[in-house]
Design a protein around this ligand. Sequence first.
Ligand SMILES: [Zn+2]
Ligand SMILES: [Zn+2]
Length: 446
Amino acid sequence: MAAPSLATGANGTDLPRRRLWPAFGLGALALLAVACSTTSKYYDPADPHRTRTGFRNNYLAGPIGGSFVKWQWERIIQGLPKPPANGYDFPVVTPDVAWLQANRSETTATWIGHATMLLQVAGVNIITDPMLSERAFTVQFIGPKRKVAPALTAAQLPHIDVVLISHNHYDHLDRDTVSALNAQPGGPPLFLVPLGVKDWMAGVGITNVRELDWWQQTTVPGLLIDFVPVQHWSARSPFDRFETLWGGWVVRTAGTAPAATMPASAADRVTSAATPSGGTGRQQSSGGQPGRDVSQQAIAESRQAVNRRQQETYGARQVEIGRLGADKSTQHAAKPFAFFFAGDTGYSKDFSDIGARYGGFDLAMLPIGAYEPRWFMKAQHVDPAEAVQIMQDVHAKQAIAIHWGTFELSDESLDAPPAALAAAVKAAGLAADRFTVLKHGQMQRF
Ligand SMILES: [Zn+2]
Ligand SMILES: [Zn+2]
């Protein structure tokens, strides 16, 4: 009976509500107008990915997804995802906690679950997208619950020196986990985050943070660390889409990167965003080239200003992080090593750009899950065949699969990605051990 009373206004309590709705509507419109008229604080006409309304991908013409409602409706009708063939009983390896905590010399990679990897390189302990919580709270996925416990608790982790965050989606940036890491015994780690995420970190009380734009580099003792473009997006609510940046991380032992591909300066790095194969940055900055029109010249000059600003911020800055500052003895004997962590991504030309720029990696950590249905996921999440192509594009000797087997985020079964990956590796004519699927908790030495 509520509907007729609303229609007729016979119920006294309905009339005020009817009067209020237009007010709410006007308020919402006003808020929307404010939101739409607010220029991103990162807007820079010289940087194509820093638009007036937020960040954007390098090579994506269309939208990042499709109708979320249509997808949700279809998966309900089709009963997707189907549970894995053997239930959710994934094999788990118990890591050697004492060994990991003591190790400062060997290069290792341990899959903790989802996109969370522990890397030990040049005596530095690095964790990627740390997510140890029970649920990844998102407005889209209604808080997916993890199906496999993290292989290591925060207390079991070795002292973490560097945290790499790829983007702010809930399954990659988890408040409780980063807070626990920030409170670890021995002092907080250094958090490296995409542009725009530093404010969120400050909001949860984390201040040992550096935020980077695409192609920018920072250093910690023993390592060069670059933030690079991938194809994805960001949001922690329906109202902050594209407001913060997303990307992947390139980590190389210092002094071992090939001279030809090591960025010479912040200016070179930033101008190379338009031509990531490198080498053209200084030409662009020199100006006055034949055939260059006025607008190109203006962009080049504006870019120079950006370069100067970023060089001041990031140029050759060395920060002592925790115990590393006092104990660099292990770094002298550090084995040369380079890895690429992709975070979340769709397939794009960004990866051949990264391959051309850095010349190759010992290891690439690439997502293989959350890819169905393709019409909705393709722009934002690669499927296993595309992950194999990325491994080749970035010239990785080996890849390790991430972003599968932990949270049920999409329509394929949670155990489907490894089988699809094996088929894709075979179809590409590659040896099976080029693209490794670790068990939860499994460690590989390099
Ligand atoms: Zn994401
Ligand atoms: Zn994700």
